[in-house]
Ligand binder design. Sequence first.
Ligand code: SAH
Ligand code: ZN
Ligand code: ZN
Ligand code: ZN
Ligand code: ZN
Length: 448
Amino acid sequence: GGGAAMAERGGIALLGAAAGAPSCPHGPTLLFVKASPGKEEGRRFYACSACRDRKDCNFFQWEDEKVSQTRLAAREEYNRNHQPSFTHRQNVERYKNFVQLPLSKRRFCQECQQLLLPAEWENHADHQFLCDISTAQLKSPSQLLYALENKKTNAQYLFADRSCQFLLNLLIDLGFRRVLSVGTPRLHELIQSKASQEEDFRIRSLLLDIDFRYSQFYTEDEFCHYNMFNHYFFGGEAAHETCRKFLYEDNGERVIMVTDPPFGGLVEALASSFKKLMAMWKETGKEGHNNKEMPMFWIFPYFFESRILDFFPSFNMMDYQVDYDNHALYKHGKTGRRQSPVRIFTNLTPRMIVLPVEEGYRFCTICQRYVSSGNQHCEICDSCTSKDGRRWKHCVLCKKCVKPSWFHCNNCNCCALQTHSCEKTDAGCFVCGKAGHKRSVCPSLSHT
Ligand code: SAH
Ligand code: ZN
Ligand code: ZN
Ligand code: ZN
Ligand code: ZN
């Protein structure tokens, strides 16, 4: 289960951005509602948009809470003190100095995750550090930095080489010249390093990510410190403008956005930010993009399909399985292939997304898209119905294809694992507990 499901289990649902919401160090907080059993209405509160773990950001405020002037002032001070110790501008200057140094003086502190200038060595004397940082290492910061794997906040899972190369080749074949990389540092890095090495490589990338460590390696035109759960640019109006400029399609240079958000993240918060990025693109287009949408790849597990389509009805899910380096479950083993649940959702025409035949994909002429070789075309559904790459089977009673391991249960009147327990009935709306509607349309919530 993902963010929303996880949140529901705790009886908490997202209401979204609210005008006048207080800010934490990660920008404006989001409004949530906590179900209180036996009560008609849940109680609303503000919490951090980016961190789902209180250890990472403990901001909490009831919506109806009175906050004193003293506490407001203390909070502002706290937010200021919780910004990174160097600004992006300072980090760019530091980088310029760093690359001037001879190899023997180029150190990277592994504890502070920071490039060190010789004058700073003393302060990091008892820290672990790497020496002789080469230009190649500076060009692949995602290898130098450790991945922030804490599931509830950064969930940094880096693309395996083959998936990253596949994505880039696809973007090239589709003719895109600019990539807005939202939470895809490794794709950004591949594009940047090719651009600096190959003369006829014309693609550019702008990285938007909450991981500020990347500001040590990229200029303000290449990286914006950004929170994709509340569409917050930490660099203020100047960073906004950088992004806007990037989206402006000069001399017909086509833009695509590629994003790979933390899977635990709240889909509705992400969707709302991505819509704002799409709107930014649209505003730069004058009459050019009248009824068009900014092309987008949203990389996410297949079980979020219906949630994503709720927000982006023009999207389709591709069968391509995205692989990761540091995710034990989602990567190809050396022998045989481990299935990854992660897919590409896109508003581009499915048949344009050519999947590699040598990795086991084929073209379905009826569906007009590439599918996993195991994904059989179902005559009754009239589509290639498998979501996970295995061959699914049609259930005449459910009138749809289901997982191969499922059987029709006459008690439940649907297909399920043979080992399921029939008593587990639909719990109904978790806000008010009544059956017949979901929390998102619960009448006891007046929406903001
Ligand atoms: N597969 C991608 C990385 C995806 S991991 C690649 O290899 O390039 C998720 C990414 O989203 C990480 O880079 C993480 O730092 C970033 N991220 C996590 N929370 C974020 C937030 N609230 N706003 C913006 N970026 C975030
Ligand atoms: Zn250090
Ligand atoms: Zn088909
Ligand atoms: Zn079927
Ligand atoms: Zn049953």
